[in-house]
Design a protein around this ligand. Structure first.
Ligand SMILES: NC(=O)c1ccc[n+]([C@@H]2O[C@H](COP(=O)([O-])OP(=O)(O)OC[C@H]3O[C@@H](n4cnc5c(N)ncnc54)[C@H](OP(=O)(O)O)[C@@H]3O)[C@@H](O)[C@H]2O)c1
Length: 346
């Protein structure tokens, strides 16, 4: 178990053992979105332990400032740099580029698209897209396009680079990726139904679509990079159910002002988290994807591939056919390019 100043809620079972298999990363630069808590924080701290230069891509907040301060003051061999990047706004993502570029003179070895929000209200971002789809996928698509030349530079200097996306078991809540969720229809995408199981409400369908998009994006990248015979690897992970701030943020949003709603949901998530694992064990999927030398492009890494895979060591699985197919790849790429109003040519 890693003790952090941000606190540890429960013991880890697999973390230290899997950590031992990771190489030192002294000459590597990694960028991670959403490092103020949860799996992103654990990944940032872990790469600091391994000696990497870690770029923290967070929206500006006191939490982001505190995270930088904590990471810089706990005496790790790596170094940390904060770059403002609010995934709810394409303009904010674009304006993060000069600072990232300045930190990537020797290339970017790993981009980890980790940040995410879950089951939020049916609202639009400033760009008009669903708040979950833009935060969880579309802005990560734009970010990946922007930093791609730095990944290529790391690949040419050190032999490989990686793009890691963070999906979820919630990808299994939807049967196929639908174009409307990637269109400028935020606020008009199914309302605020919050039922999770059997007949999932709009909040969960939109979350499921965004997490399916993370997996489909990986499939697209893997295919395109393979055709180019690139040594940039595209990998996707999921954390099972991990004890992070994600559920607490959802409780606040779904419960709204009603004390009763919030208490009920809080109770449901507490039971759910008991069936899951610590945030350190949950972070192992992205950490292994980012650093383990045996990982290959096109792998899905996590504690299992079914809805029951709530905890366990991070293992490798193949991508699933229901999004790892030509039709879904074309849909994902076309709609994402339309959304960012730009091409992304690999
Ligand atoms: N925990 C689980 O059981 C679970 C299960 C399946 C998948 N996941 C996935 O794991 C990933 C990490 O989530 P977590 O569980 O670690 O949750 P978390 O503790 O809530 O962390 C989420 C991170 O995303 C950041 N974020 C949210 N909106 C952002 C924005 N607009 N711009 C930049 N950063 C933003 C948050 O930063 P702020 O401080 O700015 O809010 C925070 O650092 C997510 O993609 C999530 O879908 C988690």
């Amino acid at each position: 178990m890693i003790e952090t100043e941000l606190g540890v809620a429960r013991p880890s079972v697999y973390f230290e053992e899997q950590f031992k298999s990771l190489p030192k990363l002294e000459n590597k630069t990694v960028a991670i979105t959403g490092t103020t808590s949860g799996t992103g924080y654990v990944a940032a701290e872990t790469f600091g332990r391994l000696g990497a230069r870690v770029i923290l891509l967070n929206r500006p907040s006191a939490r982001a400032d505190k995270t930088l301060h904590v990471l810089q003051s706990i005496g790790l061999p790596g170094s940390f740099y904060q770059v403002d990047c609010d995934l709810q706004s394409f303009e904010s993502v674009r304006s993060s580029l000069p600072k990232i570029e300045a930190l990537c003179e020797q290339g970017l070895d790993v981009l980890c698209n980790n940040a995410g929000v879950m089951a939020l209200e049916d609202t639009a971002t400033v760009d008009g897209f669903d708040i979950q789809m833009q935060t969880n996928h579309l802005s990560h698509f734009l970010l990946t396009k922007l930093v791609f030349p730095f990944l290529e530079k790391a690949e040419s200097l050190r032999g490989e680079a990686r793009i890691v996306n963070h999906s979820s078991m919630a990808r299994l809540m939807v049967k196929r990726l639908e174009s409307k969720y990637m269109e400028k229809r935020g606020g008009d995408l199914g309302g605020n139904g919050s039922l999770m199981l059997l007949f999932p409400g709009g909040r969960w369908i939109r979350y499921g679509q965004s997490k399916l998009a993370n997996a489909a994006f990986t499939s697209c990248l893997h295919e395109k990079l393979k055709i180019r015979k690139s040594n940039i690897k595209a990998v996707v992970a999921h954390p099972g159910v991990a004890d992070t701030d994600l559920q607490r943020t959802t409780v606040k949003d779904v419960g709204g002002r009603s004390w009763l709603n919030r208490s009920f949901l809080d109770m449901v998530f507490r039971v759910y988290i008991k069936m899951g694992q610590s945030k350190e064990d949950g972070a192992l999927g992205i950490i292994k994807s980012m650093a383990d030398p045996v990982v290959r492009s096109g792998e899905f890494i996590g504690p299992g591939m079914t809805m029951a895979a709530m905890k366990g060591p991070a293992l490798s699985y193949p991508l699933e056919g229901y999004y790892d197919n030509v039709e879904t790849r074309e849909l994902l790429w076309t709609k994402s390019c339309e959304a960012i109003e730009d091409d992304f040519v690999i």
